[in-house]
Ligand binder design. Sequence first.
Ligand code: TYM
Length: 345
Amino acid sequence: MTQFKDLVFSGMQPTHSLHLGNYLGAMVNWVRMQDTHACIYCVVDLHAITMPQDPKALARNIREVAAAYIACGIDPQRSILFNQSRVHQHAELAWVFNCVARMGWMSRMTQFKEKAGKDRENASVGLFVYPTLMAADILLYRATAVPVGEDQKQHLELTRDIAQKFNNDFADTIAEAGFGEAFFPLPEPMIQGPATRVMSLRDGTKKMSKSDPSDYSRINLTDDADAIAQKVRKAKTDPEPLPSEAAGLSGRPEADNLVGIYAALKDVSRDAVLAEFGGANFSTFKAALVDVAVEKVAPITAEMRRLTADPGHIDAILASGAEKASVMAEETMKAVKEIVGFARA
Ligand code: TYM
């Protein structure tokens, strides 16, 4: 078996300011993994334009999301932080993967079905091939672990299928080029913690999402204490008091979601939360939830504000990250070109 170096890769789209789902589902794990792994964190702006974007807002959002990464604890000295469009090899490898992936695989992607909606004829071709670009992001660095929320699981499975098919289709030239049995690793999804799927505050059966028209459905990392308090107060609940064990949350999606959010913010289990709040009514619990949410989010918001006041500094960080990423990316692309037969020695 070919041995691959442990490496973490993940990314977020700069289509909006980040919300609590992004933070608890992915970012908390990104920050943690810096202690044990080499990490690459990307602002995936090429993915953003698969849906229409206002260019000026996009430019602002790229910096704002980069600032959010840093404010949440991504350290550009330890991890590589850049925006995808600065490293052209992402698009180059995605093209190769467009020719490896099969139409049938892509047609099964639920995110495409959801985002394209009923008017599929009018969706961009980019939206359809979105997952091959995501596979390219990860495999360009031959990353082995990808911390994400649960909604990205299907894309990660596709990434593994593409890596496997590439390794099989080109097995001969991979071996001849000295890479052994496999050129690409099969990256592991890291879907961890009590909040891998944070739900809308208005409807516990729907994912918390940037595209929900109601801002009351989500807590943004840019929300101030008043906004957070109002959103939590208005969050949908049911009439029962909280149960004393996690098993009692089944069939109660809103209660389960709020308890999960509290658990993730405090870095404890749902059972630990319910040991404290079992039997309490929602007004007591919501007041405690506002306190921990504000305690976590307020310093992030303040730091983001400080960072975005100096866009030149953020651009310098992104440029320096892109320089480091480009070196790794070029090494992979050089090998890929040889393997597929573009540049045989
Ligand atoms: P994006 O920008 O939609 O979301 C970024 C990350 O946040 C997680 N997430 C959630 N987790 C829990 N509950 C929620 N309600 C919630 N909403 C979002 C997502 O799972 C994700 O981890 N396709 C990706 C971006 C991407 C990427 C990559 C990720 C592009 N290339 C390579 C990993 C590796 C996306 O749209 O994420």
